[in-house]
Design a protein around this ligand. Sequence first.
Ligand code: MN
Length: 376
Amino acid sequence: MAVKILHTSDWHVGRRIRGRNRSEEHKAVLGELIEIAVSSEVDLTVVAGDLFDASSPTALSEEIVWRALLDLAEVSPVVVVAGNHDSAARLDAVAPLLEMGRVTVVGTPRSPHDGGTIELEDFGVKLALLPFVSQRGIVKTEDIMGSDPDQHAGLFEDRLRRIVESLTGDMTAETVNVLVSHLTVYGGLAGGGERQAHIFGYAIPSSLFPGHLSYVALGHLHRQQKMPHSGAVWYSGSPLQLDFGEVSDQKGVLLVEASPGLPAKVTAVPLSEGRRLKTIRGTLDEVLAHSDDVANAYVKVVLVEKARVGLSDEVRAAIPEVVEVVLESTEPVKREPESRQKLKPTEAFHRYLTEKGVEDPLMESLFAELLDEAVK
Ligand SMILES: [Mn+2]
């Protein structure tokens, strides 16, 4: 009999979009996820990090996350590792309480005999649990001082390889072997929800995962994807679209069926709760013509217009779903080599606006007013 595992990650509960609260969406999408766990009769749920968006979450965010984990634990055991957005120490602090509710949480990395590896004997499953490891946590200052950046990346990879080896060393072909971690694998597609520099600064090759693993459940990249590997190495992706880089991502969870000695079979299950993110680009008229097809979305508008005061307010008033307006200049900037030094400030400002393709007497008179006040 195969073991059924639900794999999810990167909930980022508490994440706002341009100041708007998304708690209701998080409740709804986690409710949908719990229904999938119930209807699929999963034997285990793994959450591969970033439960929270911030290391000091609000009480409401905590309520949403603890409730969801305990509801999942009504179905079957739940296993969680900390992501880079979570506070590892806080998760470790609450771990003994959650353990009473069948939720195992690992905040900071542990040795195999101290909770880094656990066994669910009822199901014949062994789990290696590796929370997010920062480069600072693994490559020491003296190493950085004594080597170049390429070598630090090599050191990071080397040390992570040794950690994975030690966590998975006791696994045999008689059990279903799963590694749960929050990290970046080379070649992974980021989506837009993570800062690129952080993500690509320290990554590891997927070849680092030993072949006797039935499944590798990853978090960190928000796009759902399978990584190149002879086995099953997957990112489940985030349940909500979190950033405008993720507008084309189909969000979901992964249902994993695993038997000892074989790579797991993985099925993507889409999630539909939560508002979509959309980007509209065009002139003001073109954008306003789209106002009907963005109901219940969060919209970013890229306006191809000359800048003037109040333009963005007009867009926001016409389409309440708009959370961000970006102006794209219609004309290339004409550089005048002549210095502005000899001009009066109002003339210099006029020239600046002309260079930026802005024709707006109101803005110029506001500038003159401000200038008057400043030099009184
Ligand atoms: Mn994340």
